[in-house]
Design a protein around this ligand. Structure first.
Ligand code: ADP
Length: 412
């Protein structure tokens, strides 16, 4: 079954086409459309045994971006199918499912309506996800679409972990609680790391650190998420690319008064102008900060140290939550690639039983690797994530279920 996986950001679109079966999966093509909405958008596309194809052109919206992807998929030279009818299903990454969704679901009008309702909870992501779903429905109306939520893995959190200490009526009235995000990634790397390390996920206490532009840390006990650093929205938790992470609410009200900011203004400030970007004053990209730190730029060094310190604090907290930890896993663009950030986090974790291999860590990027020493009580690994594979698997399972149901109904 050929499945197209779409991950729509506000101005970007990541995609993969996977050939899926119950026993195997093959990545046929992957690509990225960046700078959607600009005259010099960039579409890059990669298939096996061919150099990456890259073209710059005007792409004004997500529908045009998806059209460009579909053209590429049937291209004589770079395509992976003769006809688009070979795509049997589309799986979408959706950031926030609120309390509506506890698992992946086939998309219909009701689901779209509920995703729309969750837009206020994830203002950077849900609107973009929805745009992609609508564009796909317009271009390929007969192909089933599935939504895979970043929030569903964390639905196993106990009530005392997900509740905020506010008047309980706000939970009842508005469902204000902690939801958590990056669920597909945390679940995937936990399973993968255990498999690689020969450990039984059902008996393992894990702390997974997904560190990218958005970052979150999760405590996983026997395969179940029991706490995670993101909350009601993806702004809670550790310092991120442009998001502030945890903030004293007093700062919010103070700034609203002093700067004359309304709700939209303060939302914009904590989501888009804070984090590594806000601290460094010049970039949200970890690579830029590492380079600038080497040149002695104080605010880049401060931003990196703050990021690592936040994550270290969550590791300590989650070791307490789990009553110990067997493995710490790093993933995401920063977790997989930044030896500097991993080094900062893992310095001084000896008390916990982490014996970090600083030599092995240095220069290691983009691979599945054990970064702790042989005798380390707590294993440390960096593992590449593959959210698209989780999305494709869920999509395949749901489409198969729907087909089985339809076949039974037909026989009756
Ligand atoms: P997103 O949350 O948008 O999916 P990613 O997981 O792609 O983000 O992570 C983006 C982050 O990863 C950026 O801060 C980038 O600097 C960082 N990153 C990517 N490659 C490297 C690298 N080689 N060294 C250090 N950081 C890297």
């Amino acid at each position: 079954m050929k499945i197209l996986v779409l991950n729509c950001g506000s101005s970007s679109l990541k995609y993969q086409v996977l050939e899926m079966s119950a026993t195997s999966n093959t990545l046929l093509a992957k690509g990225l459309v960046e700078r959607i909405g600009s005259p010099n958008a960039c579409h890059s596309h990669k298939i096996d045994r061919k150099d990456k194809y890259q073209v710059e052109k005007a792409i004004s919206n997500h529908t045009e971006a998806i059209r460009s992807v579909l053209e590429m998929l049937t291209d004589v030279e770079y395509g992976v199918m003769k006809d688009l009818s070979e795509i049997e299903a589309v799986g979408h990454r959706v950031a926030h499912g609120g309390e509506f969704f506890f698992k992946s679901v086939p998309i219909d009008d009701d689901v779209m309506d509920k995703i729309e309702k969750c837009c206020q909870l994830a203002p950077l992501h849900n609107p973009a996800n929805l745009t992609g779903i609508k564009a796909m429905a317009e271009l390929m109306p007969d192909v089933p679409q599935v939504a895979v939520f970043d929030t569903s893995f964390h639905q196993s959190m106990p009530d005392y972990a997900y509740i905020y200490a506010l008047d309980y009526s706000y939970y009842e009235k508005y469902k204000i609680r902690r939801y958590g995000f990056h669920g597909t990634s945390h679940k995937f790397v936990a399973e993968k790391a255990c498999k690689l390390a020969g450990m039984d996920l059902d008996k393992t206490k894990l702390i997974t650190c997904h560190l990218g532009n958005g970052s979150s840390v999760t405590a996983i006990d026997c395969g179940r998420s029991v706490d995670t650093s993101m909350g009601f929205t993806p702004v809670e938790g550790v310092t991120m690319g442009t998001r502030s992470g945890n903030l004293d609410i007093g700062v919010v009200t103070f700034l609203m008064e002093k700067e004359g900011l309304d709700a939209a203004g303060i939302n914009n400030l904590v989501n888009k102008q804070s984090g590594l970007q806000g601290l460094s004053g010049f970039s949200s990209d970890c690579r830029d900060l590492v380079d600038a730190e080497k040149s002695g730029y104080y605010r880049a060094e401060l931003a990196l140290k703050k990021l690592a310190y936040d994550i270290k604090k969550y590791i300590g907290a989650y070791a307490a939550v789990l009553n110990g930890v067997d493995m710490i896993v790093f993933t995401g663009g920063i977790g997989e690639n930044s030896d500097r950030v991993r080094e900062l986090i893992c310095t001084g974790l000896d008390y916990l039983g982490v014996s970090f291999d600083f030599k092995k860590n240095a220069g290691t990027r983009g691979v599945d690797v054990v970064l702790s020493k042989r005798n380390s009580k707590v294993k440390v690994m960096a593992v590449t994530t593959n959210e698209e594979l989780v999305i494709a698997t869920d999509t395949m399972d749901i489409v198969n279920e729907l087909r089985e149901k339809a076949a039974i109904e037909e026989n009756n």
